[in-house]
Design a protein around this ligand. Structure first.
Ligand code: PLP
Length: 407
């Protein structure tokens, strides 16, 4: 692939508004024929853990205190312990220097690239941040605030919706300071295997850049737990240098509004970042950290959460499968449906809303037009399975009805 077609000036990569604002403009003034059902936002709707109120009440007094930027020792220990168990890390995570609390993973994703650029101090005016396309829109903001050129790697079905590492040349890799990647991916729900991670880790170490591995959907999977970047690094036997994993309670524990997550991995990067964050970043409230300690120590509510999603994916397979073929992703809670037979994603979104009251997101709103006009999301719609089961089934049936009738 010609690299010049995927490199952008600073700022040029920033979407002019977020996908939901664009969707609101697209559908403004149109009355749906049926009662509306929203399948758009990635906001979990299943119950919050039952112990939430109890832990909050026990720790209420700590709202009066400024928390330490490094988090409480209990928080760091809980994260290190959970990662250790989840990824069989044999105690390799250093709870003192290898874990940082974040106000949700988004906060760390937004500002991590600045720290990467500063710590690497590569001798150039505008370093490069590499990100997938389609992408979680915060990654583009991260490139912008780090004063870096954003380079988008198309995620296509041929590459299992993972950025194509073969499309990167040496010059670009040398200029790279931060490589953003989600696994499981949003919107496609693909999972990077250990081999993919290890290849990326080798590139990061050879060309000196940091991997920001966004694993916030790691616990929302169908059958097999997705492998993580830390697990891949452990098998290589050289520690966690150049790797930062980000995760949170938002999807795992249905606590998106708590804004509680973490970064873990490279202890040198994280302890330097923590010093800067001590000047610049908002701390995580201590009662939130206490909730995290309890939540990361409990898998029962997470298993129930997965079961509820999987029930809805089974319904989706039953209802949409006969029309679209297999629709279930490896992980995450979105359907990423190729609707090119019915028009592009925007047209299908408009029709589904007008005729069926089902609100979905056009795939092109989650991706950027490349220099040659390609948009890897154009043929797709994203359908979130976050609503309760019965409502989800009604929406899926309406969707099938429209697809079946309009074909
Ligand atoms: C891919 C991806 N990364 C990160 C986030 C942010 O999650 P958090 O609530 O942890 O900030 C989201 C939220 O929707 C997401 O979809």
């Amino acid at each position: 692939m010609d690299q010049t077609s995927i490199a952008y000036r600073r700022g040029a990569a920033l979407p002019s508004s977020n996908p939901f604002q664009r969707l609101a403009s697209l559908l403004a003034g149109r009355e749906p024929a049926l009662s509306p059902i929203a399948m758009t936002i990635g906001e979990p709707k299943h119950a919050m853990p039952s112990f939430l109120g109890e832990v909050l009440a026990e720790n209420l007094a700590d709202f009066s205190r400024y928390p330490a930027i490094t988090g409480t020792p209990e928080f760091r220990q809980a994260i290190a312990g959970w990662l250790d168990k989840r990824y069989n890390l044999d105690g390799m995570i250093d709870p003192e220097r290898g874990v940082l609390p974040l106000n949700g993973s988004r906060e760390g994703l937004s500002f991590g690239a600045i720290a990467a650029r500063d710590q690497l101090a590569k001798p150039m005016d505008h370093p490069v941040v590499i990100l997938p396309n389609p992408f979680y829109q915060t990654y583009a903001a991260a490139a912008h605030v780090a004063d870096a050129a954003a380079v988008f790697l198309d995620a296509t079905p041929n590459g299992r919706f993972l950025p194509d590492l073969d499309s990167l040349n040496e010059d670009l890799l040398d200029r790279c300071v931060a490589f953003y990647i989600a696994s499981p991916t949003n919107p496609e729900g693909s999972v990077a295997n250990l081999k993919y991670w290890q290849r990326l880790i080798k590139l990061a170490r050879k060309h000196r850049f940091y991997i920001f591995a966004d694993e916030c959907y790691s616990e929302i999977y169908r059958k097999t737990p997705p492998p993580g970047v830390l697990e891949a690094a452990k098998a290589m036997g050289e520690g966690f240098a150049n790797i930062i994993v980000l995760n949170s309670l938002s999807k795992r524990s249905n606590l998106a509004g708590l804004r509680c997550g973490f970064a873990a991995g490279d202890p040198d990067f994280l302890s330097n970042w923590s010093r800067f964050r001590g000047l610049a970043a908002p701390q995580v409230p201590m009662p939130h950290q206490a909730i995290a300690v309890r939540a990361y120590g409990d898998e029962t509510h997470v298993e129930e959460n997965r079961r509820l999603y999987n029930e809805k994916f089974e319904a989706a397979e039953r209802i949409l499968g006969p029309i679209l073929g297999p629709v279930t992703p490896e992980a995450g809670f979105f359907l990423w449906l190729n609707v090119s037979k019915w028009g592009d994603g925007v047209k299908v979104t408009e029709a589904l809303w007008a005729e069926k009251g089902v609100k979905v997101l056009p795939g092109s709103y989650l991706a950027l037009d490349q220099a040659d006009g390609r948009n890897p999301g154009r043929n797709y719609i994203r359908v979130g399975l976050v609503a309760p089961y019965d409502e989800t089934v009604i929406a899926l049936e309406r969707l099938a009805d429209w697809l079946g009738g309009a074909a």
